[in-house]
Design a protein around this ligand. Structure first.
Ligand SMILES: Nc1ncnc2c1ncn2[C@@H]1O[C@H](COP(=O)(O)OP(=O)(O)OP(=O)(O)O)[C@@H](O)[C@H]1O
Ligand SMILES: [Mg+2]
Length: 458
C-alpha cells in the first residue's frame, strides 16, 4: 500500500496527516525534526519508505534543502513538498529539484489524498516496469549463456560491466564458443536493449553484396538497383550493430566502415547525401586479428577503433566444469524437440564428454548431444550413441587439432532426424513440420528428396 514519512515541525500537522493517511490504509510515520530525517530513512528498523511529505518552512532546514539531501541519498524516493498558499515559486523550485508533487496549504483533504494516491500509483508502475525489464534482460541477457566456471563467471562480469557503456566491443574466441550469444547479451543488457539488434556475417557474403547490405543504395546506383534500399547499419540506428566474422571483411569495405565509425554517418551507394547514424558496434572474430593486421589484410586504424574493449571467450576445453550443465541443457532441448521424455546419460558418456577437447567448442557439443539423443533408443544415452571421435579421443593428443569436428554430414543427420520425427508423429506432416521448425512445403520437398516414404516402408 505504501509507507509514508511526514516531516513538519508543527506537531498538530503531523498528527493530522498521520490520522488521515492511516485511515486510508497507509503506513505512516512522522518526524518533526528535519535533521533526523536522513538517519530515519537509513535506519534498518524503520524499513523502506515510499514517500516523504515535508513542509517547506521549517526552522532547522528548509523543505527544499531536505529534498536535495534526501534525493542525493535516495534518488528513487518520492518527495512531496507542502508550501503555503501563494508561494508558487518555491513549489516550482521544488519540482525542479526533484520533488514529485507539491501540496499548497491550507489544503482540501480529498485533494491531498488524490495527490498521494497518484504519486504512489506512479511509483508502483515504475517499479513494476523495472522488475519486468530486469526479468526480460535476465532471460534474454546472460541467462542463455550457460556456465559457472570461474572463467565464465569472470567473462559474465566483464560483459555486464561493458554492456552499459556505449563503447565498441570486439569479441574474440574460437569457432562455436558463443561469440554471437555474448554479442546479443551485450545488447540486451545495454540501454539500447529496446532498440534494434542487427547483425551481418562479413564472411558469408560476396564483397558487392556485403557492401550494399551494409550501406544501402539509391535507385539506379547499379544494374538491378530498381529502388532505394536502406542499409543494415541504418536499420540498426539507435541500437546495436553486430559485425560477425569481422576478419573476413574486404579492405575496400573496411575503409567505408572506418568512415562510419569516425563520422557517425552512412553514405548509401550512389547517393550524394550522408545520413547520420547512431549505432553501437559489436564485432566478433575467430581469427587472430593482430596477425591479419600484420599481413596487411586488415586495416590497423580500423582494428584499433574496434579493439577498444576486447572480450575473450575461453575455448570449451579450458572450462570443462561447464560441460555437465551445458550437456543437460542440450539434452533437455533435444528431447523436447524430438517430443520424447528427458533422456539420461550414462556416467561413462559424461566422462567421455568431459575428457574430449572440443575443437568446435559449444557448437560441437550441442551437435554431439543432438545426434546422441537422436540415436539412442531407450531413455539412456550410451557411449555407442556418441560419435567415435569423441569416445576415442585423448584429450592431450587432440589439443590444438582443428579438424576433428563431428563427422556425419549435415544432410545425413537431417534425413535421420526428419524420418525420426515423422515416425514419432505417425506421419502427421503438419505436426512434424511444426516439431522440425520448417514449413509444410519444405517438409514435402525434403520427404521427396530423401525418398523418405520409400525408406519408411522398408
Ligand atoms: N555458454 C553457452 N550456453 C548455451 N549455449 C551456448 C553457449 N555457448 C554457445 N552456445 C550455443 O552454441 C552455438 C554456437 O554459439 P555461437 O553461434 O554464439 O558461437 P560463435 O562463437 O559465434 O561461433 P562461430 O565462430 O562459429 O560463429 C549456438 O547454438 C549457441 O546457442
Ligand atoms: Mg558466430
Amino acid at each position: 500500500m505504501g509507507k509514508i514519512l511526514i516531516v513538519d515541525d508543527e506537531h498538530s500537522m503531523c498528527q493530522f496527516m498521520e490520522i488521515m493517511l492511516a485511515k486510508e490504509g497507509y503506513n505512516v510515520v512522522s518526524e518533526p525534526s528535519a535533521n533526523k530525517v536522513l538517519k530515519l530513512l537509513d535506519s534498518p528498523e524503520s524499513g523502506e519508505f515510499d514517500l516523504v511529505i515535508a513542509d517547506l518552512m521549517m526552522p532547522e532546514m528548509s523543505g527544499i534543502d531536505l529534498l536535495e539531501r534526501t534525493k542525493k541519498a535516495k534518488p528513487d524516493l518520492d518527495f512531496i513538498i507542502m508550501t503555503a498558499f501563494g508561494s508558487i515559486e518555491s513549489a516550482v523550485e521544488a519540482l525542479k529539484k526533484g520533488a514529485t508533487e507539491y501540496i499548497t496549504k491550507p489544503f482540501q483533504v480529498d485533494e491531498v489524498k488524490h495527490t498521494i494516491k497518484k504519486c504512489l500509483e506512479k511509483r508502483r508502475v515504475i517499479h513494476e516496469n523495472r522488475e519486468l525489464r530486469k526479468k526480460l534482460s535476465e532471460s534474454g541477457g546472460l541467462a542463455k549463456f550457460i556456465g559457472s566456471s570461474s572463467k565464465v563467471v569472470e567473462l559474465k562480469r566483464m560483459v555486464e560491466r561493458i554492456a552499459v557503456t556505449d563503447s565498441t566491443v570486439l569479441i574474440k574466441g574460437e569457432s562455436g564458443c558463443g561469440k554471437e550469444l555474448i554479442a546479443k547479451a551485450i545488447h540486451d543488457l545495454s540501454p539500447r536493449a529496446d532498440r534494434p539488434f542487427v547483425s551481418i556475417n562479413c564472411g558469408a557474403l560476396p564483397e558487392t553484396l556485403l557492401e550494399s547490405e551494409l550501406f544501402g543504395y539509391k535507385k539506379g546506383a547499379f544494374t538491378g538497383a530498381n529502388k532505394d534500399k536502406t542499409g543494415l547499419i541504418q536499420t540498426a540506428d539507435q541500437g546495436s550493430f553486430f559485425l560477425d566474422e569481422l576478419g573476413n571483411m574486404p579492405l575496400s569495405i573496411q575503409a567505408k566502415l572506418l568512415r562510419v565509425i569516425e563520422q557517425m554517418e552512412v553514405t548509401p551507394l550512389g547517393d550524394t547525401k550522408r545520413a547520420p547514424v547512431n549505432v553501437r558496434l559489436i564485432a566478433a572474430t575467430n581469427a587472430d586479428l593482430e596477425s591479419v593486421v600484420e599481413s596487411g589484410d586488415f586495416r590497423a586504424d580500423l582494428f584499433y577503433r574496434l579493439n577498444v574493449l576486447p572480450i575473450l571467450i575461453p575455448p570449451l576445453r579450458e572450462r570443462a566444469e561447464d560441460i555437465p550443465a551445458l550437456v543437460s541443457h542440450f539434452v533437455k532441448r533435444s528431447c523436447e524437440k524430438l517430443g520424447c521424455g528427458i533422456k539420461r546419460l550414462s556416467e561413462s558418456v559424461l566422462t567421455a564428454l568431459m575428457e574430449y577437447n572440443w575443437p568446435g567448442n559449444v557448437r560441437e557439443l550441442e551437435n554431439a548431444i543432438e545426434q546422441a539423443t537422436l540415436l539412442s533408443t531407450g531413455d539412456l544415452i550410451n557411449k555407442n550413441d556418441l560419435s567415435n571421435c569423441i569416445v576415442k579421443s585423448d584429450r592431450k593428443e587432440v589439443t590444438g587439432s582443428q579438424d576433428s569436428v563431428l563427422t556425419p554430414p549435415l544432410n545425413v543427420m537431417e534425413e535421420a532426424y526428419i524420418l525420426y520425427v515423422l515416425n514419432q508423429t505417425d506421419w502427421n506432416k503438419t505436426k512434424a513440420a511444426k516439431v522440425l521448425g520448417i514449413d509444410a512445403s519444405t517438409l514435402y520437398r525434403k520427404i521427396d528428396r530423401y525418398k523418405l516414404k520409400e525408406k519408411a516402408q522398408r
